[in-house]
Design a protein around this ligand. Structure first.
Ligand SMILES: C[S@@+](CC[C@H](N)C(=O)[O-])C[C@H]1O[C@@H](n2cnc3c(N)ncnc32)[C@H](O)[C@@H]1O
Length: 265
């Protein structure tokens, strides 16, 4: 396990409790890039396979790539459970993609980056993806509402407030934002050679249980068990107590965004 991974200790929580994106964003991608048996997809920063595994049912081959080896182990297990045998898993980062590994993956029909692009050296990575993509293929950045800092429900305020009692450097609670991360990725895609850039949004309402909320919080890089250190158990006990006082089921409004662009034919 790379101890310098921001997700060290969060991996199993990530695999079990981070929401998948649902069918609609995946089918959007299949339709937009005319994906099929002859297509090869790269999922960069694949984590526990939240995109790679469902996408595998629609293409010939997926390569899931992530620098965190334990995330790759979780992804492999998710693929095995789903019966997805056409996924190859690689330990590597955006820097590796810009090296020799990239050549071996070309030509790519589509590259996805789900909740991972903000960790990368984004401009050079987009240039590299553009080079490795077949004409007419593309790139897609997936994101959704990270509810601990961006949600607006009262139960989410409670979870955030408790976390601030334990952690000094929690990101600010911003409320809903218009961009999934701070950079306008649609403009960035256009600046790096992609055409026909499009932002597709998919609204979802999710239901959370107490176990799900605890697992979600520990799946975040800035709230992982390692971040809490020796206080992780105490935080979990307090969190469960507060949640049980509020009820057993919690609703979350989510918006999944797929920002995609095409390489000219
Ligand atoms: C929040 S998870 C996203 C996982 C999954 N793609 C999803 O959509 O849920 C972010 C992932 O990005 C990976 N990551 C961090 N730095 C990276 C880099 N420089 N290049 C590629 N992936 C990176 C992390 O290891 C982590 O698994």
């Amino acid at each position: 396990m790379p101890s310098d991974s921001p997700f060290a200790s969060a991996e199993s929580y990530y695999a079990e409790h981070r929401p998948r994106y649902g069918d609609r964003p995946i089918l959007h991608l299949v339709d937009r890039f005319d994906l099929g048996e002859r297509s090869r997809a790269l999922d960069l920063g694949c984590g526990a396979g939240q995109i790679a595994v469902p996408l595998a049912a629609h293409v010939g081959e997926v390569v899931g790539m992530d620098p965190n080896e334990r995330m790759i182990d979780e992804a492999r297990e998710q693929a095995r459970t789903a019966g997805a045998s056409n996924v190859e898993w690689l330990v590597g980062s955006d820097a590796d993609l810009r090296g020799a590994v990239g050549e071996e993956l070309a030509p790519l029909s589509v590259t996805t980056m789900g909740r991972s692009f903000h960790w990368m050296d984004r401009g050079p990575t987009l240039d590299r993806i553009h080079d490795l993509t077949e004409p007419g293929g593309g790139v897609a950045v997936f994101g959704d509402t990270e509810w601990l800092t961006s949600g607006r429900r009262a139960w989410q305020d409670e979870v955030y407030d408790l976390a601030t009692e334990y952690l000094d450097d929690l990101p600010e609670r911003t409320g809903p934002r218009t961009e999934p991360y701070e950079n306008p990725y649609d403009e960035m895609l256009a600046d790096h050679g992609f055409e026909d850039v499009e932002v597709a949004t998919f609204e979802e309402t999710r239901e959370w249980t107490v176990d799900g909320v605890v697992g979600y919080v520990f799946s975040l890089s800035f709230c992982s068990p390692a971040t809490f250190g020796e206080q992780a158990d105490a935080f979990e006990t307090d969190l469960r107590e507060r949640l049980e006082e509020l009820g057993c089921h919690f609703e979350q409004d989510d918006e999944v965004r797929v920002i995609s662009g095409r390489k000219s034919r």
